[in-house]
Design a protein around this ligand. Structure first.
Ligand SMILES: [Zn+2]
Length: 152
């Protein structure tokens, strides 16, 4: 391609990208929420569902609480598990602040509860598979958000 043509093309591209009407259109477009925002939104409705399901009663000490005094506590800790487990009804239960935060999940008691509730086999599956990678698209979050919003 002759140099003159290359320069002309570059000029044309520059014109397109700085054209004020294009910039305006880009600004008007609604930005899709980030995955972090979707995760936060889903956690809000999911953890409320979990706390209600468990009647705001800590599964590891039996203490009853209300509102934010009762958390959604992960059996497989949140920092280790992928999204499938982070938002798993089997992996998350109501826990009081003391058990969830001060006792870091009160894991020994939590395990006893899990065995009583689900049996050794389910628990072994949970403990074996938590590291498996999973990918959620924005639509997966949206679907779950709608699902839990309808339940709470
Ligand atoms: Zn507790």
């Amino acid at each position: 391609m002759p140099l003159g043509e290359v320069l002309m093309r570059k000029t044309r591209l520059a014109t397109i990208s700085t054209n004020p009407s294009n910039v305006k259109a880009r600004d008007k477009r609604k930005k899709a929420p980030s995955l972090a925002k979707l995760k936060k939104k889903l956690w809000k409705v999911f953890s409320l569902y979990i706390r209600r399901r468990d009647n705001y009663t800590c599964v590891t000490c039996g203490r009853k609480g209300s509102g934010s005094g009762i958390h959604g506590g992960h059996y497989i800790v949140a920092r280790a598990c992928g999204l499938d487990y982070y938002f798993s009804e089997t992996n998350v239960h109501a826990q009081c602040y003391h058990c969830n935060i001060n006792l870091s999940g009160n894991s020994h008691r939590y395990r006893e509860f899990m065995v009583r509730q689900y049996g050794e086999k389910t628990l072994k599956d949970l403990e074996t598979n938590y590291w498996k990678p999973c990918h959620w698209a924005p639509e997966d979050f949206e679907k779950k958000i709608a699902h839990y919003e309808a339940l709470i």
